[in-house]
Write a protein of this length. Sequence first.
Length: 717
Amino acid sequence: MMTHAERLGPATLDALGPDEVQQLVAETIAAWRAGQPADAAALLKQHPALAADEEVVLDLACEEYFQRAAAGTPPDPEAFARRFPTYRTLVRRMAEVHSFLEANPDLLAVTELLDSLKPGDNFLGFVLLRELGRSPLTRVFLARQPELGGRCVVVKIGHGAAGEARTVGPLNHPNIVPVYSVHVDPATGLSVVCMPYAGRATLHHLLERAFGPAGFPASARVILEVAAPAAEADEPPDPLLGAATYVEGVLHLAAQVADALAFVHRRGIYHLDLKPTNVLLSPGGRPLLLDFELSSVGRRVGGTLPYMAPEQLRVYGRLTDNGPATADARSDLFALGVILYELLTGEHPFGPVPDKVLPQKECAYRLAQRRRGPRPLRQANPRIERWVAELVERCLAFDPDQRPQSAEEVARTIRTHLGRHELLRKRSARRPWSQASVALLLLALGLGGVFVKSVPEQPDRLEQGWACYRRGEYGLAVEHFNQAVRDTPDRAAAWLARGRAYQRLGDFTLALESYARADRLTSDGATRACMGYCANRQGHCDGAIYHYDRAVAAGFRSAELFNNRGLSYFQIAQFRRARQDLDEAIRLNPDLQAARHNRALLDLQKALSSPGYVPTLGIADIRQALVGGPASAGLHRDAACLYAIAARYDRTYLEAALHHAEEAVRLGQDPAALAGDRAFRDLLDQPRFQALLSRPRPTQPPLKPVRFLDPILEDGR
């Protein structure tokens, strides 16, 4: 049985209105519940008009996840979320909420009540229009209030939400969402907190946009773009955000959040759950604190683990390590430091929690991470000024006494550096007057007759930069290319050259930013291919694929590009597409070692997951890769894996498996790592392999094989 969505063509879907789309989604979900297999990602790919609506995507993804969980096969939240790249974080959090409720069945009755609320319902005098957000125990809706002329408001419905309103109600601050009224339903025990509608964007949406496929933004205007879609731009934009850099804009937001924290801290109120989704962005770009639920009920246990200070983790996880276990104002400053670090780098300061860490051990793991300290901010983003890094890292100090002692101090520090004179100084440093500009001005004033003649002709900075680049002097090349983009900011070739130099220096963030500027000036496939390569080197496979697709659409095709896109698909488990791209890479260049190696690994993956499969195609590719050279330890190890699996079914492959394992160790492979590899399980009884495992660990790390390749010529031209 086909769903309504599957019967309609893309053009028909594009013509549907919001109510018709909601009806269509409801019919699709009903069909899934009636037994039709649920595949939200496939449906969204087939109908891009649906994929453009965040609410529709989340509804469909949520239903598929619940269906699979109910069948006893709940997918891994991270792997499931990767199928929805644009909304990856939101989908993952939805899946995590489901897991939380499964682990806390006593809360299911409350969530069932909340899940029964749908758009169109009239609940306690509010007509629910659309869901804006949710947590395990609350739902947030855009609603209309008929008794007050049908004004649009936001209602937060949950169990015990009235306590939060008692806390926030008396607060009057420009950076805190005010409370209009509180209503309680005696029949269900649910409370409704009514607040003004100030848009739906949060710092979470800013994070998704700032570190999406387009690369690190240069201008704070991206904050306004996230905060105020055209349909909601009913508030004048903050003028500073129209002129500042992105980093200055983030700091401007942080100072206002610190103002709000200082305001509540003076009243003995601590937020204790500060995170990007709890900081709303008004249409004008003003940050507004949300969700004082933890402070409202007087609790000091709770929050969101990635943003918890060590003292909160100790209480929440019932940990005893002789450190302080009382949350206070400085706990909020720790969370603010985490948010700032993420907004400035796109990374969590303490890194991810590995999948192997059991949920009951997560608090202890995160506490140990915090004790080791964050990755230095300027290492994660070298463009950040030293004073910013020092402030953020002080907020992230393990010991509360080492953090700023008040939110006022944080706000004051930021504003001292971002004052009017400081901004003007930075503007002039970024846009210096050229000698030619000064000469023209003096000439216009009648003062430049002699001066104009004395201006020497300047050499072409771009050519000077390329000369340094070809000599391997990449730092000097960057200086020349920086001057070139200052002199001619609309010259795409200068931005591309700057990106090449930063790429050679290993600064893929700055390289990606430069390529993005070049891409805005010209539709050049080579530039887009470079953007994909930088995204790969940063570990962003989805973003890399996006850029490679745009490069191919612009007519750029190279064996290196198809190798990189194929490996990107491989890493997100889209094996069929990986095979197609790697086949094309080898068709274009049969001697490309990386493509041969990557296609061999694709066959190795198939052999590991399909008992009885003999990876003869992978063996042929790895042989060709070894012939192409250079032969690294990793290449020999992967060859040994392929031969070892083939030897299970044909013992003539055994000698080759042992030979390549020995070569891998000779070139620096740690023998101990071979013992735990399941590909070698049938070699463990071989004397040669046992002797190999007893060898000492090499003192130098092995040379790793190159699997991602620079997609364009070395000089970038």
